[in-house]
Design a protein around this ligand. Structure first.
Ligand code: SF4
Length: 278
């Protein structure tokens, strides 16, 4: 029997569908493949979220099955409390994930998804955007279009001020943390790029871009040694700096968000630093 979903040859192996819907997709010979047909409605929705997140529209659905939830209701998808995964990853950022925090003082978009009308409408319903925080220059995708739509202030570290970002409204400078609000701290973490930073929310959620992620293969916190564009030694120092902070969630650009206790997270971070030094 044909599966409900399929992946075509345009897959760029960005890894998004593997973590958005691990029950349906897996890596096979350098590309995604459907290995399980989703049987219940929850796994069908999750497989469909992967379809909507795929940056290259490489996932299709056979028309024999219909989704009973409109695609517009699948994203932004609540992760916990007021933190959402926006879906609709962009090929411009090699499929990096974007997130949104809904706050009374104004919402924040973290890195940029594709600009699509259905996501734009949902963000308006959730209260619009006050800020766009960009972890680094690689993941800015459609940030200018979001700025035009919502008038949101774009924030990035000055080390990543390049032609595509030099018109942003706010540049963080130097190594010191920057408090965007009492519960929102931007921490410069040079390494992957010169101006990479991470965002800590409520001492609980750490949005890490390409600085730090969770490897399901190694079952550990992980940094991209082979995709470090600035200086890996600096990235190790930046990782050590994070030991001074408390958080339970790592929400990366690539790979699955991970939640651990604060103690376990610190332990894992220490292990990651030792692994980086090997
Ligand atoms: S999300 Fe799309 S491009 Fe990325 S691995 Fe899956 S099928 Fe390939």
């Amino acid at each position: 029997m044909a599966s409900s979903f399929y992946v075509d040859s345009t897959c760029i192996d960005c890894g998004t569908c593997y973590w958005v819907s691990p029950d349906t997709y897996k890596r096979d010979d350098g590309a995604s493949a459907v290995y399980n047909d989703p049987l219940d409605s929850e796994s069908f929705k999750s497989a469909y979220r992967a379809l909507l997140s795929c940056p290259t529209s490489s996932i299709g659905v056979n028309d024999s099955k219909k989704l009973d939830t409109p695609p517009a209701d699948l994203f932004p998808n609540l992760i916990e409390e007021n933190v959402f995964h926006t879906g609709f990853h962009s090929e411009k950022s090699f499929g990096a994930a974007s997130y949104m925090i809904q706050r009374e003082e104004g919402n924040i978009l973290i890195d940029s998804p594709r600009m699509l009308n259905l996501l734009k409408r949902k963000i308006h319903e959730l209260g619009g955007l006050k800020f766009q925080y960009l972890t680094h220059r690689d993941d800015i995708a459609d940030s200018d279009l979001y700025h035009e739509e919502f008038g949101s202030k774009r924030i990035i570290h000055k080390g990543d001020k390049i032609e595509r970002t030099d018109h942003y409204e706010l540049f963080i400078e130097g190594d010191a943390e920057y408090k965007l609000a009492e519960d929102l701290i931007i921490i410069p973490v040079p390494g992957h790029t010169e101006g990479h930073s991470v965002l800590l929310y409520k001492n609980k959620y750490l949005f890490t871009g390409d600085h730090l992620c969770w490897s399901t293969r190694l079952n550990q916190l992980y940094a991209f040694k082979n995709h470090c564009w600035f200086n890996f030694e600096e990235q190790i120092k930046s990782m050590e700096k994070l030991l001074d902070y408390n958080f339970e969630w790592v929400l990366p650009g690539h790979g699955s968000p991970i939640k651990l206790s604060q103690e376990k997270m610190k332990e894992e971070l220490q292990k990651c630093i030792e692994w980086m030094k090997e």
